[in-house]
Design a protein around this ligand. Structure first.
Ligand code: GUN
Length: 281
């Protein structure tokens, strides 16, 4: 039976340390989240971010817009937040409505306040092997979780299913930085199982229940990034947890695995950006 990669437990441990650190700061870090529209999942995520920030002493602020907001209004707000010294971390919750260019909006964020690490500056730094202001939250959380359980990446074959800018692509580079051999699979990959069977570490970030026991090598480490509701309304991940946990060495559950680690990384990144801004003064 696989050992559970317990994201909730690690979140509690890291945030307790971060809370004590913030308690000793004279000035507090601050996180501003922009939410456009009323996507129910985004609403839950954003409220969780605010609650967690407040629990550990980060000042947080959610700015909401109706989905009818124009791109120009949004860009003007980000410009204003960039100039505001009391704001040290900006997050624009994705997805955005179709009439707004995600690229333009992300490009507008000052890289020094880009708490997701999504701006071309930070993404470019990451991919050129330099150090970005911060690393994207979900990949960072996955690596923190693997490190906590002593799972080595050097020389291992990591297979990532999903090529998003939020997870797959940055994780590829961050695992390469740890000397893993990394493969990315996606919706056009032929014979997916032939590749996933060679994984020492399998990360799935698709949002569909696609990873079955027969696609995996016994003893592999399985990280499930997917989260969605099934037809019966239950929260599910990409992985058939019940059967895969019988053959994997480690497995992250949904919920309680990667999700709490993403939010933990967001808090760590907010504090890192704050500390870097203080050093620049
Ligand atoms: N939507 C889903 N995940 C994320 C994330 O990590 N950051 C942002 N900004 N939006 C998201």
């Amino acid at each position: 039976m696989a050992t559970i990669l317990d994201g909730r437990k690690l979140k509690t441990k890291i945030l307790a340390n971060l809370k004590s650190k913030i308690a000793q700061m004279e000035e507090k870090p601050s996180l501003t989240v922009i939410l456009v529209g009323n996507n129910p999942a985004s609403l839950i995520y954003v409220n969780n971010k605010k609650r967690t920030a407040e629990e550990i002493g980060i000042n947080s602020n959610i700015i909401t817009y109706p989905s009818s907001v124009t791109e120009d209004e949004l860009l003007a707000k980000i410009h204003q937040l960039n100039k505001d010294d009391s704001v040290n971390a900006i997050l624009v919750q994705l997805p955005l409505p179709g009439h707004i260019s995600k690229e333009k909006v992300i490009n507008m964020i000052d890289p020094k306040k880009d708490v997701d690490g999504f701006t071309p500056y930070n993404f470019g730094k990451l991919f050129s092997g330099e150090i970005p202001f911060v690393y994207p939250c979900t990949p960072k959380g996955i690596l923190l979780l693997l490190d906590e359980y002593g799972i080595e990446l050097d020389g291992k074959h990591a297979v990532i299913v999903g090529r998003s800018n939020i997870v797959g692509k940055p994780l590829l580079q961050m695992m390469l930085n740890r000397n893993a051999t990394v493969s990315i699979c996606h919706s056009h990959t032929k014979n997916l199982a032939d590749i996933t069977k060679t994984a020492d570490i399998l990360v799935s970030a698709v949002g569909e229940n696609i990873i079955e026991e027969k696609m995996l090598k016994p003893g592999c480490v399985v990280v499930d990034v997917g989260i969605f509701k099934d037809a019966a309304g239950r929260t599910r991940g990409d992985v058939d947890f019940e059967n895969v946990s019988k053959i994997a060495s480690y497995i992250s559950p949904v919920p309680g695995g990667v999700g709490p680690m993403t939010i933990t990384s967001l808090m760590l990144n907010t504090v890192e950006l704050f500390e870097k801004s203080k050093k620049r003064l």
